[in-house]
Ligand binder design. Structure first.
Ligand SMILES: Cc1cc2nc3c(=O)[nH]c(=O)nc-3n(C[C@H](O)[C@H](O)[C@H](O)COP(=O)(O)O)c2cc1C
Length: 496
């Protein structure tokens, strides 16, 4: 599957019955977000809003959301059948995350059909929703690929970072200097005394948010990895006012610079975050000064409703349930940890909780797994709680995990390990605000927990337990089960 632009992707979704056009008038203020929430509860489809209040005419009249609002849509975007099994998808992502095909720079493309600069710049000409009534403003960047460049190596990074409309030409962002890759770029520009050039790409191939929203290793350009996923170079054009490149067939690109001067900061937040809670309190944040907007004729604005609640999984959690498992599995492989049989992220946790199934090779292996995950910068917002189980436990089943925790964990004997005060998420509501002060701390502080729910090998091996350190379960002997199966009808139980 080669690259598709947003329009081709929407056409494909529509053909498959996975896109609804909403032609009734809808208010961008709260109503659109509430519709998106109810649609997530129903597991899709994607929604294309064609009549948005106040945007019947003008620069931009349409908005799409929910293009990856269920795992079946993500499977399609990655070129698989809708019902592909989880391990197949995760293994594909593990492989592709390690491959690259460099992009090709082309002279121009549809994203240059309209170029807006100077006093004409006005973000409110796009139908940007206030997704949730508790949010501090209109969030223009929820699903955008935010592009920056390392000033030393010139390698670009593409990430998803939330950004709210400030004034008509300014956008304060949650820009975390410690952990996020654009944060590392920001620190380098600040040391040089220069503002950081930024380009925000709205609406393109769904592979863009899938990779921009995931921690691909620092120094690896996401455009290159997207090329590997699509089997061809991404076609990029140069920006108008900043030294960056963006997809030639994107819907909208917003260019600008972000300064480290606190005098330029504007207030951002609160935001309905991926945790399912309102993130934090309004806070002065680094702010993008927009220098140009380029877009296709009649552009389609794209955004996503963040926030996972029981029964309604956001696009972030759908993507995270695959990506965060694949990234973790690659980390464990690179660390040389043997016997990893499965890695599973239940979408409701977005990867804040992670389950690892192992064929245990030695005591202390679960601690090694937690240490490897927590030692990776990919653990910035994720892997707070690591649960490790033996290979007789199916980690896609909550019941099986609960059984393992109930009877294999001895909290006082290494079954529960707390790693206090390690870097973590600044948007976790269980962390007090003073430990989430990114200005003071660089990022958030977490107390991470390992639950080692594997059988403990420090116990004495006993002959009564087949020479094992842990007692056997009450499952009947295989020969007894076989005999009963063979005589089942004879017992008069054939209808059960
Ligand atoms: C829909 C979505 C929204 C996100 N919003 C933010 C955000 O507001 N701030 C942030 O720091 N990370 C956010 N993330 C997570 C980052 O995109 C993720 O950590 C990614 O690895 C960042 O790119 P980087 O690793 O190149 O820094 C979001 C991810 C998704 C999928």
């Amino acid at each position: 599957m080669g690259f598709v632009d947003l329009r081709e992707w929407l056409a494909r979704l529509e053909k498959e019955g996975e896109l609804r056009r909403v032609t009734a008038e809808v208010d961008w203020d709260r109503e659109l977000g509430a519709i998106a929430r109810r649609t997530l509860e129903k597991k899709g489809p994607a929604l294309l809003f064609e009549r948005i209040k106040g945007y019947r005419t003008g620069r931009c009249t349409k908005l799409v959301t929910g293009v990856l609002g269920d795992r079946r849509l993500l499977a399609m975007a990655l070129g698989f059948p809708r019902d592909v099994a989880n391990p197949e998808l995760v293994q594909h992502v593990m492989r592709k995350n390690r491959e690259t095909i460099a992009p090709r720079i082309v002279p121009t493309g549809p994203v240059k059909e309209v170029v807006v600069t100077g006093a004409a710049i006005d973000q409110t000409q796009f139908p940007v929703p206030r997704w949730n009534f508790r949010e501090g403003g209109r969030y223009i960047h929820t699903f955008s690929g935010v592009v920056t460049r390392d000033p030393d190596t010139r390698v670009m990074n593409v990430g998803i970072y939330r950004g709210m409309i400030g004034r008509k030409d300014t956008t304060p962002f949650l820009l975390i200097k410690g952990g996020q890759h654009w944060g590392a770029h920001f620190l380098k520009y600040a040391q040089r005394g220069e503002p950081m050039p930024v380009a925000c790409v709205i609406g393109w191939d769904p592979i863009m948010p899938f990779l921009a929203g995931s921690p691909i290793p620092a120094g690896v350009c996401e455009w290159d990895v997207m090329g590997a996923y699509r089997g061809e170079p991404a076609e990029l054009v140069r920006c108008e006012t900043v030294d960056l490149e963006v997809p030639a067939a994107a819907e909208i690109v917003i260019e600008g610079v972000i300064s480290d001067d606190p005098a330029t900061y504007e207030t951002e937040g609160p935001f309905g975050e991926f945790t399912g809670y309102v993130s934090d309190v309004p806070t002065p944040r680094p702010t993008m000064q927009i220098t140009a907007i380029t877009h296709r004729r009649d552009p389609i604005f794209q955004g996503c409703l963040e926030g996972t609640l029981p029964g309604s999984y956001s696009e972030n959690s759908v993507m995270s349930s695959v990506q965060r498992a694949a990234i973790a599995w690659n980390i464990l492989t690179a660390a040389g940890i043997p016997g990893v049989r499965d890695v599973y992220i239940h979408p409701i946790t977005n990867g804040v909780n992670i389950c690892v199934q192992i064929r245990k090779a030695y005591q202390g292996q679960a601690k090694q797994i937690a240490a490897a995950l927590w030692g990776s910068s990919a653990a910035q917002y994720r892997y707070k709680h690591v649960i490790v189980v033996d290979d007789d436990i199916d980690i896609s089943s909550y019941e099986q995990i609960d059984w393992a925790i109930a009877h294999r964990v001895n909290a006082g004997a290494g079954g529960l390990v707390v790693f206090p005060g390690i870097f973590g998420s600044p948007i976790d509501p269980s962390t007090p605000l003073h430990d989430r002060d990114t200005t003071r701390l660089g990022t958030g502080l977490w107390n991470r927990v390992l639950i080692d729910a594997t059988r403990n090998w420090t116990f004495e091996r006993r002959a009564e337990w087949d020479g094992q350190p842990f007692p056997p379960t009450v499952r009947p002997a295989p020969e007894d089960e076989a005999r009963v199966r063979a005589r089942w009808d004879e017992y008069g139980l054939g209808d059960l």
